[in-house]
Design a protein around this ligand. Structure first.
Ligand SMILES: *Cc1c(COP(=O)(O)O)cnc(C)c1O
Length: 369
């Protein structure tokens, strides 16, 4: 049997010769960054594709998160999830903000709105939830709490590129939504990110903050940062966008095949996607339950021994890393669901070029028990 390595994800790269004309244009323009023509074109194209009005491109999702918190003048304490990539909470520490971890919902693995209120203190100024694996948060319940306590809501939407609920893009919820276009994400610009704003004034503020706080040649109004996306990265995004529909439908087929097969395997439970949501199939998380004959780590190792490099997203929890674990809210007794799930989860390979044979191989290793 063919045993070449299979990774959890692999970026979709369009044929190289299709990228050359974009490079030629950049060479002709001699504009390499600072909001050049490619950057402007990608902002417009993404607004149209995602169905949002205002978007600001960034050099990565983490700088976009830092800037979103700055733009909303978030201080003090922020309620967030421990079940995410570490950049979510790091963006708070970099702003001198104290993260307060709240447990997740056992079905969606998103911040559990029923547990948010108990964590609010006079220092709380915002909520930073994550649409985990592209499953939308309970945006209505979260907004209700935010309105009651006068809190900002900034969504880490790094997993939610083009996810739509009944009313349209999930990126329209909250005060701001932050995207990542890292190489491992559904849509990538090698490195990159974005903030979705509700109005022009907010977009303008964010555009100033990502350019050192400059408003014109001689005026600096805030201690901004360098968050600009280069022309090469923006050009690659434009080319990617041409292939995104095909890439997502290939992901959907892989997702459906996994789900159909795992129905018959006791002890392996795929995380359900919320009904009525058009997802992006960015991840394929399964929970390895007690009924399965191997532990999660044993299955992870067995896959690895067969050259299948699945990932334990999200393990460890953010709240278990040394810079967080001393905090009161990081205590595992405060986070029973997140702690359990983090011991059970494995994300299986899913990406457009994953071959049918490789998928069958993955399924048969898991089914063999
Ligand atoms: C990828 C990711 C980020 C960070 O984005 P970068 O573009 O890699 O900086 C933040 N939050 C979540 C949930 C992510 O998955």
């Amino acid at each position: 049997m063919d045993n070449k390595p299979v990774f959890v994800t692999q970026p979709h790269l369009p044929p190289l010769e299709e990228f050359i004309p974009y490079l030629q244009t950049i060479w002709d323009n001699k504009i390499l960054t600072n909001g050049g023509p490619m950057h402007q074109e990608l902002e417009s194209a993404l607004c149209k594709y995602l169905g949002v009005e205002y978007i600001s491109l960034f050099n990565n999702g983490t700088i976009a998160l830092l800037t979103a918190l700055q733009a909303m003048r978030v201080t003090g304490e922020v309620i967030t999830t421990p079940y995410s990539f570490v950049a979510t909470a790091h963006s708070l520490l970099w702003n001198g903000i104290k993260p307060v971890f709240v447990d997740v919902d056992p079905d969606t693995l998103n911040l559990d709105p029923r547990k948010i209120e108990a964590a609010i203190t006079p220092q709380t100024t915002a909520i930073l939830p994550v649409h985990c694996y592209g499953n939308p948060c309970d945006v209505v319940a979260i907004q209700r709490i935010a309105d009651n306590y006068n809190l900002r809501v900034i969504y880490d939407a790094a997993h939610a590129f083009n996810v739509k609920d009944g009313g349209g893009s999930v990126l329209r919820h909250g005060d701001l939504s932050v995207l990542s276009f890292h190489a491992t994400k559904v849509f990538n610009t090698f490195e990159g990110g974005a903030i979705v704003s509700p109005d022009e004034k907010t977009k303008k503020l964010i555009d100033q903050l990502k350019n050192f706080g400059y408003v014109d040649e001689v005026t600096v109004v805030a201690p901004g940062i360098n968050g600009k996306l280069s022309e090469i990265n923006a050009a690659f995004g434009l080319l990617q966008l041409k292939y995104i529909e095909g890439a997502v439908s290939r992901r959907r087929a892989i997702d459906e095949h996994y789900r159909a097969q795992f129905d018959a395997i006791v002890g392996v439970r795929p995380v359900e996607m919320i009904e009525g949501v058009a997802g992006n199939y960015s991840y394929f998380p399964i929970l390895v339950e007690d009924e399965y004959p191997l532990s999660r780590d044993e299955l992870y190792q067995k896959l690895k021994d067969n050259n299948i490099f699945a990932r334990r997203y999200f393990y460890p929890l953010i709240s278990d890393f040394p810079m967080y674990r001393g905090m009161q809210s990081a205590n595992p007794t405060n986070l029973p669901i997140a702690s359990q799930v983090s011991q059970k989860v494995i994300c299986l390979p899913i990406y457009p070029e994953l071959s049918h044979e490789d998928q069958l191989r993955i399924i048969s290793i898991i089914a063999a028990r």
